[in-house]
Design a protein around this ligand. Structure first.
Ligand code: AMP
Ligand code: ZN
Length: 494
């Protein structure tokens, strides 16, 4: 199987054969959420899509051979604004520090995100580092960029800044294919006259008292520049990917990987991140580590709309993962995580998705036909591996899994093959735990149906069987060996 995986690479704009630098250490980085508010269903798309990729890589290369890093962005002006909005009073009267207020915003939001991701059937990444735990690593990279002539210190309207010098990088724009000259032409030069080039971006900026900050001592052109401040948006991903995908594991990498220092295999995120975020991550990492590539393959998921329109609070179609799972906001009912996940995977990850009640109902109908069971030691079917190996063709994979479900419904000996295959999509129907109450209620209906059959009221007997079927309960009729009387057993199919 290894060697058969093809992935679309945004960097080269074509599908490429995926070959990890070190097959014993496959390395994946995905930009994670900014934890200022509950994650919306659009944010769920990269989480689910890259979870499928993670599962596939683990299957192909070995579960312990893949390192998956997804960061938590907990330094951001939106977080700061939320902390001041929600805890401004306590900060003003001294009962809470700014940092405590920020933790009070990011802590619960991060926990909620983890709960959402688990409900959507996503495995935990190997590392989920927070930006605030990696400030020292960011400062180190920024100093390298200053030392190597790729960054400079300047003073803007909000104080001192360290800026990346885009003109210092010959191939700046390699991912988005934007040329520096084009960016200069339309830029509002007057507003940001402290920049050497309008496309230059912030690596570090001075913080006011009402903003979070860390002490940093930069040196530039022989002079000390202490700037109490905070990182720009992009530097955190350069720092965290390098820490967890190179620095902390470099000793165990293959000679080939050691010969490509600081480079890793796959970087992912939504396509809105191509520019400026990923372009600037590439600029920082390639310049700081003197590399041609930061990651070999860049993958981007398409955008999600809700009921045909861009999701926005003013449109009233903004919906969080938690609202879908736990409230009746969308379509007047709650939706199981599995249904949300399957609905997301019913479209190829690079295409736009229209998220709608109709789509969720379709996913739910499909899931209802899939049996529950255990995979045991069974390996997934070749058909699903073939589909997913074609740039994560989840549409074909779902068809393949559905065919396996039908085969398993007809022949129980094929159940484990279906379950093992569905598990690659992260959809693993398990036999539901049946509560005593439910069990008693079902048994009462089963007994009633038997009475109806004895009374030859077949219409009512069928109605009861259908009613139970709709609840996922399947009846099996047989004969008692001794008495020859009809007996009915039942099981929960989902
Ligand atoms: P953010 O918290 O805004 O940085 O977004 C976290 C991740 O969600 C990024 O990979 C974004 O590209 C992705 N994302 C945000 N909105 C959408 C959307 N409507 N559809 C698909 N992906 C999205
Ligand atoms: Zn990032």
């Amino acid at each position: 199987m290894a060697g058969g995986l093809k992935l679309y690479n945004t960097l080269t704009r074509d599908k490429v054969d995926f070959e990890p630098i070190d097959p014993d250490n496959v390395r994946l980085y995905v930009c994670g959420p900014t934890v200022y508010d509950f994650a919306h269903i659009g944010n769920a798309r990269p989480v689910i899509v890259f979870d499928v990729l993670y599962r596939l890589l683990r299957h192909v290369y070995g579960a312990d051979k893949v390192t998956y890093v997804r960061n938590i962005t907990d330094v951001d002006d939106k977080i700061n604004a939320r902390a001041l909005r929600d805890f401004g009073g306590q900060i003003a009267d001294g009962s809470m520090s700014l940092n405590e207020a920020i933790r009070a915003v990011t802590g619960p939001t991060e926990s909620q995100f983890h709960a959402d991701a688990a409900s959507l059937g996503c495995l935990k990444p190997t590392h989920e580092p927070r930006a605030t735990d990696n400030i020292a690593q960011m400062i180190t990279i920024i100093q390298r960029l200053l030392d190597m002539g790729h960054a400079y210190v300047a003073t803007g309207s909000e104080g001192h800044e360290v800026l990346f010098s885009t003109a210092s990088m010959a191939d700046y724009g390699m991912l988005s294919k934007r040329k520096l000259e084009d960016q200069q032409a339309g830029a509002r030069v007057a507003v940001e006259s402290h920049k050497m080039n309008p496309a230059d971006f912030v690596l570090w900026k001075q913080s006011a008292d009402t903003e979070p900050g860390w002490p940093a001592h930069f040196s530039f052109e022989g002079k000390a520049h202490p700037i109490y401040g905070r990182p720009g948006w992009h530097i955190e991903c350069s720092a965290m990917s390098d820490r967890y995908l190179w620095e902390e594991i470099k000793d165990r990498l293959s000679p080939k990987a050691k010969a490509k220092p600081h480079q890793f295999d796959i970087h992912g995120g939504g396509l809105d991140l191509i520019f400026p975020h990923h372009e600037n991550e590439i600029a920082q990492s390639c310049c700081a580590f003197d590399n041609d590539l930061m990651a070999s393959v860049w993958m981007h998921n398409g955008f999600l709309q809700v009921e045909g329109r861009k999701m926005s609070k003013s449109e009233g179609n903004f919906v969080t993962i938690n609202e879908l799972l736990a409230t009746e906001t969308f379509g007047g009912r709650k939706w199981p995580g599995e249904v949300l996940r399957l609905a997301m995977l019913m479209t190829h990850y690079r295409e736009p998705i229209d998220f709608s009640v109709k789509r969720l109902e379709e996913a739910e109908r499909l899931l209802a036909k899939w049996p529950a069971g255990d995979a045991g030691e069974t390996a997934p079917d070749a058909s699903i591996l073939e589909a997913l190996s074609d740039d994560l063709n989840t549409v074909a994979a779902i068809q393949a899994v559905h065919a396996l479900a039908q085969a398993a419904n007809a022949d129980p000996s094929k159940l484990s093959l279906f379950v093992a295959s569905a598990a690659l999509l992260g959809v693993a129907p398990k036999k539901a735990e049946v509560s005593d109450d439910l069990s008693a209620a079902v048994q009462a209906l089963v007994d009633l149906r038997l009475e109806m059959l004895k009374a030859k009221n077949f219409a009512e007997a069928d109605r009861i069987r259908d009613e139970l079927g709709e609840k996922g309960i399947q009846l099996k009729d047989g004969k008692d060996k001794e008495s020859g009387e009809r007996v009915t057993t039942w099981e929960v199919k989902r």
